[in-house]
Write a protein that binds this ligand. Structure first.
Ligand code: NAI
Length: 354
C-alpha cells in the first residue's frame, strides 16, 4: 500500500489537512500516512522549521501532501517551501486553474494551467541587506566594474536565471501540453527590461519551441499577460513562467476560478512530488473552522493521479464537483447565499457525495 508523507503545516494548514485526510481515508484506497510537523509547530517541537526527518520521509515515500506554512516577513527563517523545492529539486510547480460548474466567477469557463519554475530567480535568496558589510562590498564592486552608484540604504536581491533551469521547465511545459493534448504554451517574460535574465529565458523557450511544432507557442510580456488573463482568459491554455511571475500569475488565475480556497497545486521533480494548495496559512481565519478545504482536497486528487490511483482520483473529483455544483455547503470565501459551512461540513458533504 502506498505511504504518503503528510505535512499539515500551520495556520489553517492543520484544519484543511485533517479534512483532506478524512476525505481520502473515506475512499478506502489503502493510503498510509506518515505525519510530520513543519513550520511553526516544528520549531516548538524540534527547534527547526524543517527538521531533517521530514525531508527523509519524503525521500523515502517519494510523495507528500502538504498544508501551507507561514514564512515570517523580513526577518526570521527562510521559507521552508523554497528550501523543500530546492533540496528535493522540485523544479516544476504546476497549478491547474479549472472553473467547476456552480462556482461564482466572472467567466463561464476557465481551464488554464500555470507552470512555474521553482528553483531560481529572485527566490534563490541571494540578498544584501541595506547598510550591511556585504552590501558595502557589492557597492564597491558595482562602482568599480560598472560605474554604478548603489545607494547605501538600498536592499538588493539577485535574480539568477540559467539556461539549464529554463530549458528544464519549458521542456516540462511542452511535454505536459503534449500529454494533456493542450492547444498551446504561452511563455511570459520581461526581456525588454531584463535582457540577460529574462532575455535568456525567452531565447531558451523560443529555441525549444522549434522541437515542439505540434504544440502552439507564443511569447508575451508578463504585464500584457496579466491584462489578457483579466480580460480574455480563454485565450490562454498552458502558461510557463519564471519563479516570481509564476507566483503572482497563479494567484491571479486562482481569482478566475473562485479564489484561493479552490486552487490546487503540486511541485514536481524527477524523483519526488509534493502536492499542496496554492494558498498560504491564512492567519486571519486560522483556528476557526472557516477555511475552505477544497484546494487541498483537489491537491489530493492530483496526488492520487500521480500515484496511479486514477479511479480513486476520479471518484474524489466527481464528489467535489457535486458539492460545488449543488451549492449547499460553501465556506464563507465562496460567498454563499445561505449560512456559510465550516471546513468540516464541506468535508462531510464531499464524503457523503463519494
Ligand atoms: P494566504 O493565501 O494565506 O491568504 C490570502 C487571503 O486568502 C486571506 O484573506 C485568507 O483568509 C484567504 N484564504 C487563503 N486560503 C483560504 C482558504 N483555504 N479558505 C478561505 N480563505 C482562504 O496568503 P498570505 O496572507 O499572503 O500569506 C499568509 C502566510 O502564508 C505567509 O506567511 C506566507 O508566506 C504563507 N504562504 C505559504 C504558502 C505555502 O506554504 N505553500 C503559499 C503562500 C503563502
Amino acid at each position: 500500500m502506498p505511504t504518503v508523507t503528510l505535512i499539515p503545516g500551520d495556520g489553517i494548514g492543520p484544519e484543511v489537512a485533517a479534512a483532506t485526510r478524512r476525505v481520502v481515508d473515506a475512499l478506502d484506497c489503502g493510503i498510509e500516512w506518515e505525519v510530520h510537523a513543519a513550520g511553526l509547530p516544528a520549531i516548538e517541537t524540534h527547534g527547526s522549521p524543517l527538521p531533517e526527518h521530514v525531508i527523509a520521509s519524503i525521500v523515502r515515500n517519494k510523495v507528500a501532501l502538504k498544508g501551507p506554512v507561514t514564512t515570517p516577513v523580513g526577518t526570521g527563517f527562510r521559507s521552508i517551501n523554497v528550501v523543500l523545492r530546492k533540496d528535493l529539486d522540485l523544479f516544476a510547480s504546476v497549478r491547474p486553474c479549472h472553473l467547476y460548474p456552480g462556482v461564482d466567477s466572472r467567466f463561464e469557463s476557465i481551464d488554464i494551467v500555470v507552470i512555474r519554475e521553482n528553483t531560481e530567480d529572485l527566490y534563490e535568496g541571494i540578498e544584501f541587506e541595506q547598510n550591511s558589510r556585504e552590501q558595502k562590498k557589492l557597492r564597491g564592486y558595482l562602482k568599480y566594474m560598472h560605474g554604478y552608484a548603489l545607494a547605501p540604504d538600498a536592499g538588493v536581491s539577485i535574480k539568477p536565471i540559467s539556461v539549464t533551469a529554463s530549458r528544464a521547465i519549458v521542456q516540462f511545459a511542452f511535454d505536459f501540453a503534449k500529454r494533456q493534448k493542450r492547444r498551446k504554451v504561452t511563455l511570459g517574460h520581461k526581456a525588454n527590461i531584463m535582457k540577460f535574465s529574462d532575455g535568456l529565458w525567452l531565447e531558451t523557450g523560443e529555441r525549444l519551441a522549434v522541437d515542439y511544432r505540434d504544440v502552439g507557442f507564443e511569447a508575451i510580456h508578463v504585464d500584457e499577460l496579466a491584462m489578457g488573463l483579466a480580460w480574455i482568459p480563454n485565450d490562454f491554455d498552458v502558461i510557463v513562467l519564471p519563479n516570481l511571475y509564476g507566483d503572482i500569475i497563479s494567484d491571479l488565475c486562482a481569482g478566475l476560478i473562485g479564489g484561493l480556497g479552490l486552487a490546487p497545486g503540486m511541485n514536481i521533480g524527477l524523483d519526488y512530488a509534493v502536492f499542496e494548495p496554492t494558498h498560504g496559512s491564512a492567519p486571519d481565519i486560522a483556528g476557526r473552522g472557516l477555511a475552505n478545504p477544497v484546494a487541498m482536497i483537489l491537491s489530493a486528487v492530483h496526488m492520487l493521479r500521480h500515484i496511479r490511483m486514477t479511479s480513486a482520483a476520479a471518484s474524489l473529483e466527481r464528489a467535489v464537483e457535486k458539492v460545488l455544483a449543488d451549492g449547499h455547503h460553501r465556506t464563507a470565501d465562496m460567498r454563499p447565499t445561505r449560512e456559510p459551512a465550516t471546513t468540516d461540513e464541506v468535508a462531510n458533504a464531499i464524503i457523503e457525495a463519494l
